[in-house]
Ligand binder design. Structure first.
Ligand code: G3P
Ligand code: MG
Length: 279
C-alpha cells in the first residue's frame, strides 16, 4: 500500500544527494533516512531490458566513456547497448569524481563509502522492484521518454508487466512526462495510481489535466506550484507531489500548503522537517 501520511518524503533517484543516483545503494540510503518511498527512472536497453537510469546516455553516470570496449560508440545511448554490456559498467565512481552535492568535500561521505561506489551497477527495474518489495517499501516508477522510445508504448507495456510480475501493483506510483504512457497504464493496469509530471510550462487547468488522464496526483516542478494550485487540486481530491525540494524552509512551506509529497535528494533533511524538528 502507498503510505497513508499527510506528506510523503520521497527519496529522489534514491538519496541521490549523498550517493550515486538510481542505484540500490541510493534506495537503501533513502530507506535508512526515513523516506516513505523512493523514485527511480526507467529506460530500456537495445535488447529490451528495463534499466534504472535517468539520462538517455551512459556518459554522466557510468564509466562507459573510459572503457576500451565502449570506445567509438559515443554518445553512448542506453538504447545502443545490450544489458550484458551495461552490466560491465561502474555506475558509482562518477560520483566521487564529480561529487555533485559536495558531500565528499563536506566530509559526510567516508572512504569506505567511496570505495564501495565502484562496485555499483545499473539496476534492472526488476531488481529495483524486488529490492523495494523485500524491504516492504514503496516506489515511484518514472517512465522516461528517451528519443528512441517516442511513438510507441513498448516501455510502458514492459514496465507494467514487470510491476505485475513482481507483485508490486499496490506499492508503485507510476509517473511520466509522456502522457501516452499514463494512458497505456490506465488501459493495462487501471488499479495502479498515476502521477502526472509537468515541467516548468504553465498548466492552465491542472485539475482538468489530472482528471483527463485518470490520475491520482499532479507532479509539478517546485517553481511551478503555488498554494492556490495546491488548494485547487486538493479540493478536487487529487494529490500534489512536488519535485525536487532540497531546502528545509521550502519543504516546510510546501508541507504547510498541504502538498502530499516532496521529492528530495536529501530525505534525512526532509524527515527532520516533517517531524517538526527543523521548522
Ligand atoms: O519524478 C520527479 C522527477 O524525478 C522528475 O524529473 O528529471 O529528475 O527525472 P527528473
Ligand atoms: Mg525522475
Amino acid at each position: 500500500m502507498l503510505p497513508n501520511v499527510s506528506t510523503m518524503n520521497i527519496a529522489h533517484r534514491g538519496a541521490q544527494g549523498v550517493c550515486p543516483e538510481n542505484t540500490l545503494l541510493a534506495a537503501g540510503m533513502g530507506l535508512a533516512y526515513g523516506a516513505h518511498m523512493w523514485e527511480l527512472d526507467v529506460s530500456m536497453t537495445k535488447d529490451g531490458v528495463l534499466v534504472v537510469i535517468h539520462d538517455d546516455t551512459l556518459e554522466r553516470t557510468t564509466n562507459a566513456a573510459q572503457l576500451p570496449a565502449f570506445a567509438g560508440r559515443a554518445p553512448w545511448r542506453v538504447c545502443d547497448f545490450t544489458y550484458d554490456e551495461l552490466k560491465t559498467l561502474d555506475a558509482g565512481s562518477w560520483y566521487v569524481q564529480t561529487d555533485p552535492f559536495g558531500q565528499i568535500a563536506a566530509g559526510a561521505v567516508d572512504d569506505d563509502d567511496i570505495a564501495s561506489y565502484k562496485e555499483l551497477r545499473i539496476p534492472t527495474l526488476r531488481e529495483a522492484l524486488e529490492f523495494t518489495r523485500d524491504a516492504g517499501w514503496c516506489v515511484n516508477v518514472e517512465i522516461k521518454d528517451h528519443a528512441h522510445l517516442i511513438g510507441h508504448n513498448v516501455i510502458a507495456e514492459a514496465t507494467l508487466d514487470c510491476i505485475r510480475d513482481t507483485d508490486m501493483v499496490e506499492s508503485v506510483l507510476l509517473s511520466s512526462f509522456q502522457y501516452r504512457y499514463l494512458e497505456q497504464a490506465g488501459i493495462m493496469l487501471p488499479e495502479i495510481p498515476l502521477g502526472v509530471l509537468v515541467y516548468d510550462e504553465p498548466v492552465a487547468d491542472p485539475v482538468a489535466l489530472v482528471r483527463s488522464l485518470k490520475a491520482q496526483a499532479y507532479h509539478p516542478w517546485r517553481k511551478n506550484v503555488t498554494e492556490e494550485v495546491v488548494d485547487r487540486l486538493r479540493d478536487a481530491g487529487f494529490g500534489v507531489n512536488v519535485y525536487t525540494v532540497n531546502d528545509a524552509a521550502e519543504m516546510a512551506e510546501l508541507a504547510s500548503w498541504g502538498v502530499t509529497g516532496l521529492f528530495t535528494d536529501f530525505p534525512l533533511l526532509c524527515w527532520g522537517v516533517l517531524q517538526g524538528e527543523l521548522f
